[in-house]
Design a protein around this ligand. Structure first.
Ligand SMILES: [Zn+2]
Length: 430
């Protein structure tokens, strides 16, 4: 199995190769005392040994003070090391294609691809040069920045745990590696509002955890597991964490949605507009738990209906940019709709004829935030086309605004999840 760069280099982890039986970090303290006290790893220490050690060592208060300070620092290092890279971390691409990244924070440990530690001030800038990355006059292919204080700032945004900085063909990629549960606490206010009913917050936490766990497995050999945009799940770092978001994550800790015992691909969207969509209508792959269900609950959401006016020229230019060889666009006609009411195929009518394209392709071409869903009508208005539709997003899986209303009506997060993902169950993975 390939290792990701951060997994290959773990500068904070204590080398335990001398002790094959070593498994648990807390045992480091026992190892420390054993070596110091007896120089014999086979001896089992008792409480008596410990106090005897203290008395023999502590001839003066200063030495006792020094000893305990040392132990405290040692334990802090261990906890930081364990927190920095636990097995339940997730790798999220948080900045992509940028020319430079400014890092700020106290207690930062920076190392390059060979594991060499670099001395850095409280803030420093990494730039993309021809040879790779440049940091304070030195070159590197990749850098690992670990925050012993728990968090750091990259280009003005707070991130937990550690970031890896990599040179792309064009620009810089910054990957945030952090404990999965911390990631989820940051996601809530990017995807919904933590002020929504707690059952809706918990449903979002479980769905986001399930989605992340599924993608982590699917992309385990990739440099990162998740995008931080609507391509996966929106994530803006730790700045948007709050107590309600943390509560929603903690009260569902380790819970994921499963189908036949396997974590599902838990797609979700903002609002469906009356009926969620079958996954095979959007991506050409189908799952039994993503067939689409009725959902009138989102119809009360403030932005359920939308209208967009676009000039024929603008649409034509966007279609051309995407490789459609049309000239003289006259109009767009929905040809067929699927069971959820969304448009399946559109006819693009132009001077010399017409072509048929999938509505999901048209939405991608014009922009996901411009044509908010494929559930729309279209009419001509002079040199413009007016699109009026309902819902926001691809419509597959959980409907966030529907979940909000269901939570307000007294449904539990478990009931909400099994409604939008029929035939599934909730399981704990840790
Ligand atoms: Zn809905």
């Amino acid at each position: 199995m390939m290792q990701s760069p951060a997994q290959a280099r773990r500068p904070l982890r204590i080398n335990s190769s001398a002790y094959p039986d070593y498994r648990y970090p807390k045992r480091e303290l026992v190892v420390f005392f054993t070596l110091y006290y007896t120089n014999d790893m086979t001896k089992t220490l008792t409480k008596h040994d410990f106090f005897d050690f203290i008395i023999r060592f502590g001839k003066s208060r200063l030495r006792i003070f020094s000893l305990f300070t040392g132990i405290l620092l040692f334990a802090t290092c261990l906890l930081t090391a364990e927190k920095a890279f636990s097995s339940d971390t997730i790798r999220v691409a948080v900045l992509k294609g940028i020319d430079s990244v400014r890092i700020e924070g106290t207690g930062l440990t920076v190392s390059d691809e060979s594991g060499r530690q670099l001395a850095v001030p409280l803030s420093f800038t990494v730039t993309r040069e021809k040879s790779g990355l440049s940091i304070r006059g030195m070159n590197a292919r990749s850098l690992l920045v670990a925050a012993s204080g728990g968090s750091l700032i990259a280009n003005g945004k707070g991130f937990r745990n550690a970031v890896e900085i990599l040179a792309l063909d064009r620009g810089i990629l910054v990957v945030n590696e952090l404990p999965l549960e911390d990631y989820l606490a940051g996601i809530i206010n990017c995807e919904i509002s933590s002020q929504w009913s707690m059952e809706a917050v918990k449903a979002q936490a479980v769905v986001a955890r399930s989605y992340a766990v599924f993608q982590r497995e699917a992309r385990k050999s990739m440099p990162y597991h998740l995008e931080s945009s609507v391509l996966d799940q929106v994530y803006g770092g730790s700045d948007l964490e709050d107590s309600r978001a943390v509560r929603g994550v903690r009260e569902t800790a380790g819970e994921v949605v499963t189908y036949n015992g396997k974590v599902i691909q838990a797609f979700f969207h903002s609002s469906c507009g009356g009926h969620t969509e079958a996954s095979h209508n959007v991506w050409a792959f189908g799952f039994p738990y993503l067939q689409g269900v009725d959902c009138r609950y989102c119809m009360a959401s403030p932005s359920i209906a939308w209208e967009q006016t676009l000039s024929l020229k603008k649409i034509e230019s966007l279609l051309k940019k995407s490789g459609y060889g049309i000239s003289g666009l006259r109009g767009i006609v929905p040809l067929s709709r699927n069971a959820s009411g969304r448009i399946d195929t559109l006819s693009i009518v132009f001077d010399r004829g017409s072509i048929n394209i999938a509505a999901v392709e048209f939405r991608k071409t014009v922009g996901y935030s411009v044509i908010k869903s494929t559930s729309f009508e279209v009419r001509s208005s002079g040199e413009n086309l007016v699109f009026s539709g309902v819902g926001y997003g691809h419509g597959v899986g959980l409907c966030q605004w529907g979940a909000k209303k269901r939570a307000e009506d007294g449904f539990s997060y478990r009931e909400i999840l099994t409604y939008y993902y029929p035939g599934t169950a909730l399981d704990r993975i840790y």
